[in-house]
Design a protein around this ligand. Structure first.
Ligand code: HEM
Length: 512
């Protein structure tokens, strides 16, 4: 009897495993059935094998797929079991991100099974809710508002200079230093507190913040379950962020909100603007500056509304932290790294900064605006090392590409930013650092460090201002030389969603 039960049990388990494997094999035929080229995916992990075993970063893996089919407009990619259409043709990139945006409004399908205040933010919002909230939030990022943001930024830059002062004449790990600076900026300008991260790298804001971005094997497993089996994830009470992280950031915002409301305190930062949004329903000042044109949104939605709850404010601030921290830190690190390897570009940048300081008396908002070469240096650093490997869109209504290829609601699209930036058809001699290539505007759909279209990075202007401000102050005070102990070329950390240097990036700083 026991033998029979064991036999039946073995047959049952084997059949289940067989069905599961057949199901996964079927998933891996998605692109071949649609006659779209792709590199052979592995069972359950798709094209992510080299990422999961730590050999390559997701940008490099997507570039391999992109480069494998140089004559195709699109190629197939498998993110675990999920098929994504990777777009190679820049005109089609423009269609998805900009011209036919109404078919591709969302970044991902709605996160129906996620119950977590930190998940409610602009990045993950969908449809009309996203449109309305983006429209409400956009004025916070206009040129006019950013000018005021220089006050809290100045404090962070001073702390950075104090930190560098104590290491003058030495090799400094810029990866670590810029991460500290970037955390200070988010703490001060977004959360409205003085996180003291540059002064004390072991502060709670930094140590807890660091865990958000750790992509350990357990995190990878949780992420895989959350994305592939969201219902099971809910049953198992899985969240992407650990409960103590959620509690910590919720408390900071709630305490700041309460303190400001109670004491009538006002400060030039994002939390203040979000408080205004909560009390008045909108932010004052609609910008007429043409530089703010990309922030213009859909006016027809002015009648609709999104309730600005405390939960939404918490999610927004946390969203700014996750979207802005690593991207800003690594862009500055890469800019300094490239400048330290390119003495001519470094000299030109330093000369421009000195000239502008002579004209304006100091580093001001207007002097930063006039630093056009520094801007090109940052643009070129962002071309070679974009913070984000790619960006996503999901098809929300049936759509046909010019060759007749049909996208169905739910089909997922990937715009491979890194691969597009390194394609010699888009940028000749793509691996060389040449800021002057930005004397001409890149072909639309080829250069997207901040994404493109109505859903592009809302923090772009803030990030550029913060980076220009800090870099100009650093280069006004220091000469820089590439450290002797770096790996060349520096490699990207293989795990995680963003392009971050794998190891330290040492640069010698010499006081001038
Ligand atoms: C160098 C720094 C940064 C880079 C390279 C960067 C890059 C990006 C990219 C590629 C996207 C996706 C855009 C798309 O899908 O078309 C994005 C979205 C976003 N970024 Fe940034 N970002 C940076 C800094 C920041 C900062 C400092 C903030 C906040 C203060 C921020 C907030 C956001 C938000 C909220 C979104 C989602 C926008 C939406 O869906 O409407 N980013 N960013």
């Amino acid at each position: 009897m026991l033998t029979l039960i064991l036999l039946l049990f073995t047959i049952l388990i084997s059949s289940l495993i067989f069905i599961f494997i057949k199901w996964a094999e079927e998933k891996n035929k998605y692109w071949s059935k649609r006659n779209i080229n792709c590199l052979k995916p592995k069972l359950f992990i798709g094209n992510l094998y080299e990422v999961l075993c730590g050999r390559k970063n997701i940008s490099e893996v997507q570039q391999d797929v992109y480069d494998a089919f140089p004559n195709d407009d699109v190629v197939g990619f498998y993110d675990f079991i999920f098929p994504r259409l990777l777009i190679r043709n820049p005109e089609w990139v423009e269609k998805v991100a900009k011209n036919d945006f109404s078919y591709f409004v969302d970044r991902r399908p709605p996160l129906k099974h996620v119950k977590n205040p930190l998940a409610v933010n602009l990045f993950s919002m969908c449809g009309n809710q996203w449109r309305v909230y983006r429209q409400k939030l956009s004025p916070a990022f206009t040129t006019g508002k950013l000018k005021y943001m220089l006050d809290p930024l100045a404090e962070c830059v001073n702390n950075l200079l104090t930190l560098l002062e104590s290491h003058a004449g030495e090799e400094v790990d810029m990866k670590e230093t810029m991460e500290l600076f970037s955390m200070d900026v988010i703490g001060s300008c977004v959360f409205g507190i003085d996180p003291g991260v540059t002064k004390n790298p072991n502060s709670e804001f930094r140590t807890i913040g660091k865990t958000i971005f750790e992509f350990t094997a357990i995190q990878q497993f949780r992420f895989a379950v959350l994305t592939m089996l969201p219902k099971l994830a809910k049953k198992l009470n899985f969240t992407f962020f650990r409960p103590e992280v959620v509690t910590y950031y919720c408390n900071i915002i709630l305490n700041t909100l309460e303190y400001r409301k109670k004491n009538g305190i006002e400060r030039h930062d994002f939390i203040q603007m979000m408080l205004q949004l909560q009390s008045k329903g909108k932010l004052d000042s609609q910008s007429t500056d043409p530089a703010d044109d990309d922030l213009k949104t859909d006016k027809t939605l002015e009648g609709d509304d999104v309730q600005i709850t405390d939960e939404l404010l918490i999610g927004t601030a946390f969203g700014f932290l996750t979207a802005g921290f690593h991207t800003t830190a690594s862009s500055m690190t890469y800019a300094l790294y490239e400048l330290s390897r390119n003495p001519e570009a470094l000299e030109k940048t330093k000369r421009e900064i000195k000239e502008q300081v002579a004209v304006h008396g100091d580093i001001t908002y207007d002097s930063l605006k006039s630093m056009t070469y520094l801007e090109k240096v940052l643009k070129e650093a962002l071309r070679l090392h974009p913070g984000s490997p790619s960006t996503m869109r999901v098809c929300t209504k049936e759509y046909k590409f010019p060759n007749g290829l049909t996208m169905l609601p739910g089909d997922s699209i990937n715009i491979p930013i890194y691969a597009l930036h390194r394609d010699p058809n888009n940028f000749p001699d793509p691996l060389s650092f040449n800021p002057d290539r930005f004397d001409e505007t890149p072909t639309p759909g080829t250069y997207l460090p901040f994404g493109d279209g109505p859903r592009m990075c809302i923090g772009m202007r803030f990030a550029m201002t913060a980076m220009k401000y800090a870099l100009s102050k650093v280069l006004l005070n220091y000469d820089i030389q590439l450290g002797k102990t770096n790996e060349t070329p520096i490699r990207m950390a293989p795990r995680g969603f963003l392009n971050v240097p794998k190891k330290e990036v040492n640069i010698k700083i010499i006081k001038v």
